[in-house]
Design a protein around this ligand. Sequence first.
Ligand code: UDP
Length: 233
Amino acid sequence: MQYSNILVKLSGEALAGDKSLGFDNEIISGVIKQLTTLVNDGFLVSVVIGGGNFWRGRTSGDMDRTTADQIGMLATVMNALYVSDFTKTYNVQSVVMTPFPVGTMTEVFNKDKAIDYLKSGKIVFFAGGTGHPYFSTDSGAALKGCEIGADVLLFAKNIDGVYDSDPRTNKDAIKFEKISCETILEKDLKPVDLSCVVLCKDNKLPIIVFDLNAENGIIKVANGENIGTKIIV
Ligand code: UDP
């Protein structure tokens, strides 16, 4: 087993599928089926979910940025509650943890507790990002990955890797099999947020960007198959 403790980042956009808002249950169910298979295979599995299928602070117009970002963080909590509910279909338990209290709906993050849950075969959903405005859930994923000692961050996206330019607008765009953090920073590529890249580089936490829609993509990547792009740290 190349990895044993994986943290999967799902963007809100990916959860919505072809719709721009809300949820695509078929996609979510497919993702959860893969994650529960990995748990049954002995992996420790945690998930960070974005909120872009409901709200993004940076595109909220003239409103106060801190308030806009707080709404974004709450969107990630709704997403985590929704998606975590699917694990029971596959007889795996899950927990939603947040960096701030959300009454009885989630548990406040505690590193040791999170690791205990993972070791007991539960999937832990880290919602609420970093708990601070001006950050993204990519950075939240890097932070949580470092705290819980993940071996790798798996970014399941609507694109199958990191390219030198946008393949949706440039048919000659070239996909990288591997890319260094330095090249990402030099070329200003932003496959994930830069603060996430920097945190992962500083803490030697590799990132793999791959296609959420690839068949059993999460299982393949977790088992070390070369799909997507590996960001070398
Ligand atoms: N957000 C935040 N701090 C964080 C993480 C998220 O303020 O640590 C807010 C921010 O407004 C962001 C929104 O939550 O736009 C949704 O997160 P993100 O954009 O990362 O979601 P994704 O694009 O992955 O769906």
